[in-house]
Every structure is written in C-alpha cells, then in structure tokens.
Design a protein around this ligand. Structure first.
Ligand code: 1CP
Length: 341
C-alpha cells in the first residue's frame, strides 16, 4: 500500500475510505514484557541514546499488534539535555537539577543543532525506517508550555502551579523562554522529518490547566509558530492536548491537520466542534483494565456515536498505562479494524 496511501496518512488528510487506523500513545513502554526485558539491561536514558535499541523498542508494539503507525521511541525531555539542562529519570518521571527561573537561566540554554547534538535520535529514526519501511512513522516533541512546566518546576507536578505563576510573575522571561523553545522545537521536528519520520505530533500534556486567555497566548501562539515553520514540508501535523474541550474555538484556527482528543470529551462533539480537522482519540486508557467484552463495548460506543470516519484516527485519550492487559489491546485493535472494512 505504501506510507503515502496508508489509512493513517489518508485519515490525517480527511480522505480515508478504508479501514479506520489505530495507534496508541506510549505504545512502546512498560506494559510490554519485551520492553521490560530491554529495560532490565539498560537505563531509560541509555535506551534513548542507542539507535539500535530505539528501533527495537519502537518495533515491539508493531510486531505484537496490528497497529497502523509507529512512533519514535524517545522522550519529550531528550532535546533539553544538549541545551545544558541536567535531566534524569530517578523514579520513572523526569527530574531537572538546574531548573529555570531567571532571564540569565534562559540565556544559558544553548541553541541546539539536532543533526550534531541529537544524532542518536535521528539515527534511531533511520533504523526504524529500515525495519518498518511501510509503516508511517510519527516523530514528536513536547510543546513549549509542557516543556516549560518541567523546566520551571524541575519535575512533574499535579498542578504545575509554579509554572502557571511564572507566566504572570515574569512574563518577559517567559516570553523569551517560549520564543526560544518554539524555534528549537521547530528545527528539531524538521530534522526528524528529514531523517525519515512522515508525521509529527506535539504533546501539549499540561496546557489544559490554563485559562482560555493564557491558552491563546502561551499555547496557540507558539504552536502556530512551530507548525507554520513546518508547513512547507507538507506532512501531517498532529497536536494532542490533554483537556482540549475548553479551547475548541482556538484550536479550530490552528494551521494543522489533526487534533488529538483526550478521554474527557465526547469524540462526536469534538468532531462537530472541529469540522476542518481530523481527530485522533479517545478511549479512556483505564477501560483496558476491564474485560474483553467491556473493551469491545466501550470502543463500539465511541465508534457508533460518530457520523463520519474519513477523518478519524483511533487512539487512547492519553498514554497507555503500565500493567495494561495485552489481550485488551488486541481486542481494541481488532474492534476498530473490523468496524469498517
Ligand atoms: O522505562 C521507563 O521507566 C521510562 C518510562 C518512560 C517511557 C516509556 C518515560 C519517562 N518516557 C517514555 C517514552 C515516551 N514519552 C514516549 C515514546 C513512547 C511511545 O509513545 O510509544 C513519548 C511519546 C513520551 C512523551 C512524554 N514524556 C510526555 C507526553 C505524553 C504524555 O504522557 O502526556 C510526557 C509528559 C513525558 C514526560 C515523562 N517521561 C517519562 C515519564 C514517566 C513522564 C511523565 C511524567 C509526569 O507525569 O510528569
């Protein structure tokens, strides 16, 4: 079939008349025993620095399930390391030893040249394409706001209140930080495409905590800059926003192709609210802890609620959780694929 005419790429452009495509956020990860086996031998950061291992774990979910896209195995924090940010993953989640708080901190961050500074990631993309030439490959980065959350807070948080306060206490510093991040993210995504990725996704994991006004300024504006800088590449540009519904009016105006929808929102409402976008989502990842019949029912409930399938990419409404039963994933993929042949 070829990547360009795959159901996934066609769905990104709102023209898929075949099977509904499905991939799963965090599809390579801890719920897979074969991933755990790799992680028993190397740390997460060692894994992210080895092109051969990147390709091996990116392929694992594709080998096991009939998924329609692969995603680069990396992390949103990886691009920060060559900028001089000291990132580690002591207990699973990221931790930053030198968080950002002043204009001097922002100016100390080094602009990166991805071809030199992130060559292992780009070589990982090339390795994945060698193994999986016919499966669309998604490259990705974190959004400026989501990266700023970790840069300012220094670690994960339930509220990211320090990051939110920062936008109001030090707007000029934030402005410079966001401009810097937007430039770096755009150039990094471009090199991912040049290395062989066919699609990009921006993860806006934390923007959903912002007021509507702040979302317009700190999410929409920098993301439009990033997507604008990629428009000449003519590749599908996906934006996933965790808690997207309050901002549908702003999202509609974005220059991109696909919006990832979190599990809180009815997918049919998202499709109505975003008439010119393809949508990607949105089964609640915890559903997969139910019985196979339950997984099938909840999946069909979403599918049955929709009026059109030409612009649908099925996915979970957030990342798959560790310990998710493998049988549930199999049932999910089968249910989506059998829905429209
Ligand atoms: O093996 C391990 O113990 C590490 C766990 C792990 C994995 C498998 C982390 C640490 N990152 C990843 C891979 C990863 N992260 C991928 C590629 C895998 C795939 O999709 O198949 C991607 C796309 C990400 C993106 C990512 N990292 C996001 C955005 C997605 C989201 O969940 O909203 C975020 C917020 C991160 C930060 C991060 N890295 C790792 C963890 C556990 C976290 C989340 C921490 C937190 O909740 O604050």
């Amino acid at each position: 079939m070829g990547v360009a005419n795959s159901s996934f790429i066609n769905a990104c452009y709102r023209r898929n008349t075949g099977q509904i495509p499905i991939w799963i956020m965090r599809q390579a990860g801890r719920y897979l025993p074969e991933y755990q086996e790799v992680r028993d031998k190397v740390s997460f950061q060692e894994l992210c620095q080895s092109p051969k291992l990147i390709a091996k774990v990116a392929e694992q979910p594709i080998k096991r399930f009939d998924l329609d896209a692969a995603i680069l195995f990396s992390d949103i924090m990886t691009m920060l390391e060559p900028m001089g940010i000291d990132v580690s993953f002591p207990d699973g989640g990221p931790k930053i030893a030198n968080p950002i708080s002043t204009i001097a901190d922002v100016r100390r961050m080094t602009p990166i040249n991805p071809v030199n500074d992130l060559s292992n990631v780009l070589d990982g993309i090339k390795e994945i394409k060698k193994i999986l030439p016919d499966i669309p490959l998604i490259g990705f980065a974190g959004s400026p706001f989501t990266l700023a959350c970790y840069l300012i807070e220094g670690q994960g948080s339930k509220t990211f209140n320090s990051a939110k306060k920062f936008l109001h206490q030090s707007p000029d510093v934030a402005e410079e930080l966001f401009d810097f991040l937007a430039e770096e993210i755009a150039s990094y995504l471009r090199t991912q495409i040049e290395a062989g990725a066919e699609v990009v996704q921006l993860f806006e994991s934390w923007g959903g905590i912002l007021s509507h006004d702040d979302f317009a300024h700190w999410v929409i504006r920098p993301i439009n800059k990033i997507f604008g800088q990629l428009s000449d590449l003519k590749i599908p540009r996906i934006l996933f926003v965790n808690n997207v519904a309050p901002y549908f009016d702003l999202i509609n105006e974005l220059d991109n192709e696909v919006i990832g929808i979190d599990y809180r929102t009815r997918l049919n409402q998202a499709m109505t609210a975003l008439p010119n976008k393809s949508v990607q989502g949105n089964l609640d990842p915890t559903v997969l802890f139910g019985t196979p019949e339950h997984v099938r029912e909840k999946t069909l409930k979403i599918l049955d609620s929709l009026e059109s399938y030409d612009r649908l990419i099925f996915n979970l409404g957030h990342g798959i959780l560790p310990e998710t039963p493998l049988e549930s994933v199999r049932v999910l993929v089968e249910t989506v694929h059998n829905y429209r042949n």
